[in-house]
Design a protein around this ligand. Sequence first.
Ligand SMILES: CC(C)(COP(=O)(O)OP(=O)(O)OC[C@H]1O[C@@H](n2cnc3c(N)ncnc32)[C@H](O)[C@@H]1OP(=O)(O)O)[C@@H](O)C(=O)NCCC(=O)NCCS
Length: 165
Amino acid sequence: MSVVVKTIGDEDRELLTELLVRRWTSPDILIEGEMIDASQLPGFLAFQDGRLVGAVTLIKRAHEWEILTLDSLQRWGGVGTILLDAVVDTALELGMPRLLVRTSNDNLDAFRFYQRRGFRLEKVVQGVIDEERKLKPEIPATGLHGIPIRDEVVFARPLVSENNR
Ligand SMILES: CC(C)(COP(=O)(O)OP(=O)(O)OC[C@H]1O[C@@H](n2cnc3c(N)ncnc32)[C@H](O)[C@@H]1OP(=O)(O)O)[C@@H](O)C(=O)NCCC(=O)NCCS
């Protein structure tokens, strides 16, 4: 499969917004009580045969990058890994010491995906999604595998050397 990855540019914002609406109901994502418009963030898009097949958006802080969204539109075909590799390679080039990602407690595919790719469980924030649902009622009560969505799980990956890959 030949997947082409490109940095998100202003010309891509509309396409990215469509993907985020499709996957997250809206480009506005709540973290730590703050609504962030993921469609305006930096990141990468993945294309196959000219068709968008995935996207990753990043919050770039001084000492860490947070993956706010990572979506593969054709799961289990390697797109998620290709996008994560693009993030890791760029972060390493710039000397960024670590990556962070939060997932909801029902997202067992993401638990596996990140832990098999160098991320470690950092913390569980109990009840935070119950609180966020009060601000964003479209967050469903029940998630994947019929699991009630309530808590946030934080994974982090240090980027001290290429050996962490
Ligand atoms: C997490 C996510 C980005 C992974 O993307 P992906 O394109 O499926 O990723 P890849 O194809 O690179 O790898 C997926 C894994 O599924 C495995 N897989 C392949 N076929 C499979 C199948 N039929 N059933 C289950 N897993 C399968 C792959 O082997 C790989 O496993 P590995 O960890 O053992 O290597 C994708 O599942 C997704 O978009 N999830 C929804 C959004 C989300 O939750 N994002 C993360 C939080 S920000």
